[in-house]
Design a protein around this ligand. Sequence first.
Ligand code: NDP
Length: 434
Amino acid sequence: MKTKKNIWLGFHNKSRSERIKILKENSFLNDEFSENLLNNVTLPCDIAEKISENNIGTLALPLGIAPNFLINGEKYTVPMVIEEPSVIAACSYAAKMISSSGGFYAEILNRKMTGQVILYNIENIEKAFENVLNYKEIILNTANEAYPSIVKRGGGAEDIRAEIFYDDNTSFLSVYLTVDVKEAMGANIINSMLEGIKSLLEKITGGICLMTILSNYADKSLVTSSCEIDIKFLSNDINVAVNIAKKIELASKFAKIDIYRAATHNKGIFNGIDAVVIAVGNDWRAIEAGGHAYAASSGKYKGLTTWTFDEKNLKLKGMLTLPMPIASVGGSIGLNPSVKAAFNILKNPDAKTLACIIVSVGLAQNLAALKALVTKGIQKGHMKLQAKSLALSVGAIGSEVEILAQKLTEAKHINLENAKKLLKEIRKKLRKIE
Ligand code: NDP
């Protein structure tokens, strides 16, 4: 029987156009988007100047892919936009390890967004609180009247709750509106609804509205991705593999007790998450804000992943839960040709599937970082790729880049001064050969 060729074998050594050709031939890209990528068609300036203000151009970032993701039984190749070396390589490596062990199991715990109307200067705050709950149906109807199209799409405002806050001499009443925003991220949808109920709430509570705004603490849009890795993928030597698995468990424990480590642990997770969120044209500041707020939801900022070693079955189990209010429509998603190509590569997922993919990327990225940190450290692999960036930054061109990067990794110090010196020597030698 003929076995199917592994298209990712040696993919990183191919040229850019060969990689695009492989994606096209294997139905990851249609004709239009493969042509766009070949010609590096990005956001046109006439669109850019309509999206944000005082426009003077666009800024390009590298777009790559991390293959080998098996999530809920489906295979994915994930587009990532990132300027940092090693992130995509590490993510692909960990995804392959996890996918070879059965893949990721990702679950949407819920998918609703929350907005708040904050009121103050209320004479009887307890009575105001009660009134909000008594008028719940009227408030919900008013919110939905402010954005009827989302109701037509099967979504809309669903629930109301309120909370009283005291700060010195001031008391606040925060009214929270829960909305099903369907395929959108929902900021504008919710903000329109909140403005729609503002005067009604002022009337009901007798207070003054301080502000109306969506909350980026999207605790009603939680997604969990988990995996179980056969530890033979950590090392060929079973004793070494057991040691690595134990250390990864310890590293995950430490990230929950020390804020210095927790921040870096989570930064590593967001290396992967942000890269995909940017590739799919979503608001990565919103995803970051929600993720870090969730990391501090217990009152203490903690590492977001949990890794445990099942010594009996020789499995390393990982889990990541995060708010992931990602959108498949809205904002500037449909306006950027590179974003449309990214959706094409992902086979045009809906918002829930996209959220599962992104949280799984975060879990893979964290595994790769932890494995490197508890074994050889990240510098060895990192500096090899960093050397290329350094070579480019001192002006190396063409074949000089590879030669200089190699010399830099062999050198005692990888720094700018050394890079300039080595480049001069390389050029001298190349001139002699010519
Ligand atoms: P949009 O304002 O673009 O609203 C979503 C759009 O998608 C609507 O026009 C809607 O059409 C359309 N749509 C088509 N199909 C669907 C579907 N199946 N489900 C839902 N909507 C659909 O985007 P959002 O309201 O999602 O807001 C996101 C934007 O807001 C981002 O650009 C973000 O940066 C920004 N923002 C973020 C804030 C924050 O995070 N704190 C604050 C303010 C803004 P129709 O109108 O016909 O229903």
